[in-house]
Design a protein around this ligand. Structure first.
Ligand SMILES: Cc1cc2nc3c(=O)[nH]c(=O)nc-3n(C[C@H](O)[C@H](O)[C@H](O)COP(=O)(O)OP(=O)(O)OC[C@H]3O[C@@H](n4cnc5c(N)ncnc54)[C@H](O)[C@@H]3O)c2cc1C
Length: 317
């Protein structure tokens, strides 16, 4: 067993990083004031999908690592909450398969699909989709079963923590604005509707052509998630009726079966956005590695960023 590590943050990034470090033989303590089911992560539609990203080999490498890990977890969906579903993406013009599908393994290759009125092309890709609450609980259970410890407390000084424990990975999402003094972080508010699952709904559908109004319908085991919005800087938690009606109307254009879906819950989350994800060694604090700023792709990048963060920590710290 190599030197112990402290992971700060209990969302999808912190839990994934903690498990990756355990895989490498490290004894891990996770510090978080919130339980996983109170984090931003639990609100996510949790589709594996490279949202709004331009072609970028590093991004694709990290996302592909997560694709493999999540697909493997889908072998036991009842335990992990992860299932492979067909994601159909719609485009207003005739397009080739999305850039990110071109490098994927055979079983995840895109094929042309039918599209509803108002769209000119569609591509269907089998991708993993998580029921975020179940998936986070599964990660926490695995972490505990391998001897991981969770301490419920806020960290106010990463340098002191690194000096005390020797090796720290900072996975605090937007918390890093204060904790790491990172002014390039911002919040992008997202609203999703948890709905009763209409009879016969199978799959996921997305139109993410409008960066402020990404539209998606996600079938889950016991319900469906309809989204969404992406409002930079909006911090209100109240959601006007018009926003709910707009999401329902946009989703019904993609999938008519959800037009009368019964809304069970309106959920609000705040994506920790940054120009690029920060996965790097802190330039001033020995033993500290950062892994935050995943914006709207925390699940999509999770295992890839966790592996890179663990590589950066190495075995010397
Ligand atoms: C509506 C919506 C839909 C989304 N859909 C998708 C999707 O389909 N696919 C996808 O890949 N991503 C999606 N996302 C994005 C995804 O949810 C985020 O990228 C991800 O949750 C970020 O996870 P995180 O663990 O980095 O941050 P968080 O979940 O915010 O967790 C941060 C953790 O750090 C802790 N923390 C903060 N400050 C401190 C401190 N000082 N000391 C100790 N602990 C601290 C917090 O308590 C928390 O435990 C969506 C997001 C939203 C809002």
């Amino acid at each position: 067993m190599t030197a112990p590590v402290t992971v700060v943050g209990g969302g999808v990034t912190g839990l994934t990083t903690a498990l990756e470090l355990q895989d490498r033989g490290r004894a891990v303590t996770l510090l978080t004031p919130e339980l996983p089911h109170h984090t931003t992560s639990v609100v996510a539609a949790a589709i594996w999908h490279p949202f709004f990203q331009r072609p970028d080999p590093l991004y694709l490498r990290r996302a592909t690592t997560a694709l493999h890990r999540l697909t493997a977890l889908a072998a036991d969906p009842a335990a992990s909450g992860v299932r492979v579903r067909t994601l159909t993406e719609f485009f207003p013009t005739a397009t080739q398969a999305p850039w990110w599908t071109r490098e994927l393994p055979e079983r995840h290759r895109a094929r042309p699909a039918d599209c509803p009125p108002g769209y000119a092309s569609a591509w269907a890709v089998p991708v993993p989709v998580a029921d975020a609450a179940r998936y986070l609980a599964h990660l926490a259970e695995r972490f505990a079963a391998r001897g991981g410890r969770i301490e419920h407390r806020q960290v106010s000084d990463l340098a002191a923590e690194a000096a005390r424990t020797g090796a720290v990975v900072n996975c605090t999402g937007y918390g890093s604005a204060a904790l790491a003094g990172d002014r390039s972080l911002s919040l992008v508010r997202g609203v999703v509707l948890r709905c009763a699952k209409p009879e016969g709904l199978h799959g996921c559908w997305i139109d993410d052509g409008d960066p402020r109004r990404p539209t998606y319908v996600v079938e889950r085991e016991h319900d469906a998630v309809l989204g969404g919005t992406a409002d930079p800087g909006l911090v209100a938690t109240a959601v006007p009726e018009e926003t709910v009606a707009d999401i329902l109307a946009r989703c019904a254009r993609l999938v008519p079966a959800v037009a009368d879906a019964r809304v069970l819950e309106v959920r609000v989350g705040f994506r920790p956005a940054r120009g690029t994800v920060r996965v790097e060694r802190d330039p001033y604090i020995p033993g500290l590695v950062h892994n935050y700023g995943h914006g709207g792709a925390g699940f999509t990048l999770s295992w890839g960023c966790a592996a890179d963060a663990a590589d950066l920590l190495g075995t010397t710290h």
